[in-house]
Design a protein around this ligand. Structure first.
Ligand code: SDX
Length: 434
């Protein structure tokens, strides 16, 4: 490859006179991209990138990550500043609409969300079709997908008003759906949303309150939950967001696309990692067992991984993990938990890993999932709910990215190609000759 013209590169096939000239496109920050859309027409070749580690699947203005520097920006604002000074719904407005709201816009957006926190009363029946011990993510996949059966009035994805109201519906109803999944699991009555509480406090209320007792909202825990939601709101073209975009590119309705995103997030390599971290810490049990566990992780045959560590993009400390660790100490202090054995074990494990050449050489650092589970467990959430909470937050990012794609005049159905290594053409063999 040579790049005389900074706005294009030429690819020449060794030993032939065939070459392709491809445009180079640059963004506002971050790596430029080689536009390969005409490569097949010019050279009869595809590019090959399983896992899309080196492929820009779209243009986006929403979130920027610099993995080497450990930078995360939502519409240009550093995650550290939003975590410190913003709220989840204000951040949701920013991700969806591109700008921080003024006072009036903020109030209108919050009212728009709070007006949609209730779900159709018949949607409650969907829970009864599941076993009581169904994983909350199974419940969320099913119920979120079922939303499209209740909102026939707004399934026209090309209508801006439908897109606007569906954004409110999805952001507003996800906490209700998630909290009810937990209530269903433990056999307690569903708690209806309370619009006198803010978004995070309302979620904690629906999750923890019971009809038999007066509920007192804890502002410190509500603030911690709001912060956790901010940190998980969006993250560029991660696996679940790419799932939502691919589903959306076919014209599927937003509820079906979000259900697909929930399913993708569930995997332990992605959003399911927070639950896997707690399981891992439980298996390690004590600091004395850390060296044996680390040895197992290094043994390729064991397939064991240090969950909550490593990232496809971050080759430095995930900025969200730093904020999460700090919040961990604040929440435990608020709850009067002096020394949480899980946190002590996690801090020791992180210390050992960050000084072990195996992890240093592979640039494996704690990611957002390493500490989040410890906070959520301290706040009274069962581990099975951790990824469901991630899904509540990431619904804002999914809806923002989905809407950006739908409003892109160049949007086309996503349809990757392949490198075929299967059998060449051959004739059918009747069974008596096989
Ligand atoms: C999230 O994409 C996003 O933005 C996701 C996310 C978001 O906000 O949407 O940030 C949320 O999903 C965070 C990641 C949560 N997952 C985990 O914590 C699970 C544990 N982490 C890994 O499975 C892994 O690090 C991934 C899946 C996150 C990233 O995998 P990659 O980029 O495909 O890296 P890889 O599998 O190619 O690994 C490269 C090397 C390998 O060793 P070698 O073959 O080179 O010897 O690093 C090793 C891997 O074995 N490795 C690990 C490891 N992660 C990578 N070894 C031990 N423990 C780990 N966690």
């Amino acid at each position: 490859m040579s790049g005389k013209d900074p706005n294009s590169i030429t690819i020449t096939v060794e030993g032939s006179n065939r070459s392709a000239s491809l445009p180079v496109l640059s963004g506002t920050i971050g790596p430029s991209v080689v536009d390969i859309r005409k490569l097949y027409n010019q050279l009869g070749m595809f590019t090959y990138d399983p896992g899309y580690g080196g492929t820009a699947a779209c243009e986006s203005k929403i979130t920027y990550i610099d993995g080497d520097a450990g930078i995360l920006l939502y519409r240009g604002y550093p995650i550290e500043q939003l975590a410190e000074q913003s709220t989840f719904l204000e951040t949701a407005h920013l991700l969806l609409n591109g700008e921080l709201p003024n006072e009036m816009q903020k109030h209108e957006f919050e009212m728009g969300v709070m007006r949609h926190t209730m779900v159709h009363e018949q949607l409650r029946q969907f829970y009864n079709g599941f076993r009581r011990d169904a994983h909350p993510m199974a419940l969320m996949c099913g119920v979120a997908g079922a939303l499209s059966a209740f909102y026939h009035d707004s399934l026209d994805i090309n209508d801006p008003e439908s897109r606007r109201i569906n954004a409110f519906r999805l952001i507003a109803k996800m906490p209700t759906i998630a909290a009810w999944a937990h209530k269903y699991n433990i056999g307690q009555p569903f708690m209806y949303p309370r619009n006198d509480l803010d978004y995070a406090a309302n979620f904690l209320y629906m999750f923890h309150a019971v009809p038999a007792e007066t509920y007192h909202s804890n502002p410190v825990l509500a603030r911690a939950m709001d912060l956790i939601l901010i940190l998980h709101a969006d993250h560029e073209q991660n696996a679940s967001t790419s799932t939502v975009r691919l589903a959306g590119s076919t014209g599927a309705n937003p509820f079906a696309c979000i259900a697909a995103g929930i399913a993708s997030l569930w995997g332990p390599a992605h959003g399911g990692a927070n639950e896997a971290v707690l399981k891992m810490l439980g298996e390690i049990g004590h600091k004395d067992n850390i060296p044996d566990f680390i040895a197992k992780v290094k043994d390729k045959h064991s397939h064991a991984r240090l969950m909550g560590f490593g990232h496809r993009v971050y080759k430095n400390y995930d900025p969200r993990a730093k904020i999460m660790q700090r919040t961990c100490h604040e929440v435990l202090a608020e709850l009067g938990i002096k020394d949480d054995p899980l946190l002590d074990l996690a801090v020791e494990l992180e210390h050992i890993a960050l000084h072990d050449p195996y992890f240093v050489e592979r640039k494996l650092y704690p990611n957002v999932d390493f500490y989040s589970g410890i906070i959520l467990k301290a706040m009274g959430f069962p581990t099975s709910m951790f990824t469901a909470i991630f899904a509540v937050a990431r619904t804002v990012g999914w809806v923002s990215q989905w809407r950006e794609m739908i409003e892109d005049p160049e949007v086309r159905i996503g349809r990757p190609r392949q490198l075929y290594t299967g059998p060449t053409q051959r004739d059918y063999v009747p069974i008596d000759r096989r």
